[in-house]
Design a protein around this ligand. Structure first.
Ligand code: FMN
Length: 176
C-alpha cells in the first residue's frame, strides 16, 4: 500500500505535523511527504502517481479556511524566517488536481491556534473540495493546534499526529 502526504506550511508547524503523521502511516504503508508549492511546480505536480492508495492533504487555517495569496502575503510580513511554502497553497493545488477514475481514499488535516477557538478549518474546506473531486474520506478532517501564529505546536500534538497517521494506515490496511 502506498500513501502520499501533501502539506502547506508558513512557519513550520504544519510541516512537523505532516512528517509525524507520515511516520505513523509508515508503520503499515510506503509513504512520501511533499511540500505543496514545490510539488505543484513540477511537470507532474497536478497528477497523482499510479497505484496510490491514500492521499492526505493538510495546511494551516488562515482566515477561517484554506490560505489564499493574500493571507500568505500577510504571513510573510514580519515572519521570523522565510516561509516554508513559497509557491501555491493547497487551495490552488486542489483546484488543478486530477484524481484517477473512481476517486481515491483521502484524508485532510490542518493546524489552528488553540486560543481563541475560532470557527472555520482548512481541513474541513479541503475535505469538501476533495469530496467534490471524487475523493472518499477515510477519517473525518482533523485539526492539530498551535500556540500562536508562529509560536509552534501545542505540547503533545506530534504524538497525536503520529497516532492519527497510524489510524489512517489501519483504516486502509486489510485485516486477517
Ligand atoms: C494570515 C493568517 C490568518 C490566520 N487565520 C487563522 C484563523 O482564522 N483561525 C485560526 O485558528 N488560526 C489562524 N491563523 C493561525 C494559523 O493557523 C497558524 O499560523 C498556523 O497553524 C501555523 O502553521 P504553520 O507554522 O504551518 O504555518 C492565521 C495565521 C495567519 C498568518
Amino acid at each position: 500500500m502506498r500513501a502520499r502526504v501533501v502539506y502547506e506550511s508558513m512557519f513550520g508547524s504544519t510541516r512537523e505535523v505532516a512528517r509525524a503523521l507520515g511516520l505513523g502511516l509508515a508503520e503499515t504503508m510506503d509513504v512520501d511527504v511533499l511540500e505543496v508549492g514545490s510539488l505543484a511546480a513540477t511537470p507532474d505536480g497536478n497528477h497523482l502517481p499510479m497505484g496510490l492508495d491514500l492521499l492526505v492533504v493538510g495546511g494551516p487555517t488562515h482566515a477561517f479556511g484554506m490560505t489564499r495569496a493574500s493571507t500568505r502575503a500577510d504571513a510573510a510580513t514580519g515572519a521570523p524566517r522565510p516561509l516554508v511554502t513559497q509557491g501555491v497553497g493547497i487551495r490552488e493545488w486542489l483546484d488543478r488536481l486530477v484524481l484517477p477514475h473512481g476517486g481515491i481514499a483521502c484524508a485532510t488535516f490542518d493546524t489552528k491556534v488553540e486560543h481563541p477557538n475560532l470557527p472555520g478549518s482548512a481541513a474541513k474546506a479541503a475535505a469538501r473540495r476533495m469530496r467534490g473531486l471524487g475523493g472518499h474520506l477515510v477519517l473525518p478532517p482533523h485539526t492539530f493546534t498551535v500556540q500562536g501564529k508562529s509560536d509552534g505546536l501545542v505540547d503533545g500534538q506530534l504524538d497525536a499526529a503520529r497516532a492519527w497517521g497510524r489510524s489512517l494506515g489501519s483504516a486502509l490496511t486489510p485485516v486477517g
